[in-house]
Design a protein. Structure first.
Length: 91
């Protein structure tokens, strides 16, 4: 994991096709994304943020309080439930 804060100049590169996620600690946040191509929903796939098999250790997350999720991130399947044939293809 990487912590990005407003008082530093860190940037994070995520290659095309690489699963990634983020959460914020503040109430008002800005995220600026530079894409290598126009975004197409058909080229995106989302899996459950709390998938136990993936076992992401979300730092700072209070395990007793459910996070506030965007509508696009709610009720997603486990990674193991996603058919490989349905995953987007990257060149």
């Amino acid at each position: 994991s990487v912590v990005l804060a407003e008082d530093d100049t860190k940037k994070l590169f995520i290659p095309a096709g690489f699963a990634h996620g983020f959460y914020t600690l503040g109430e008002e946040n800005y995220l600026i994304i530079k894409l290598s191509a126009l975004h197409e929903d058909a080229c995106s796939q989302t899996f459950a943020w709390d998938d136990e098999e993936v076992a992401i250790d979300w730092p700072f997350l209070n395990k007793t309080v459910e996070p506030i999720l965007s509508p696009d991130d709610r009720d997603k399947p486990l990674l193991s439930e996603i058919a490989v044939s349905s995953l987007p293809k990257y060149k």
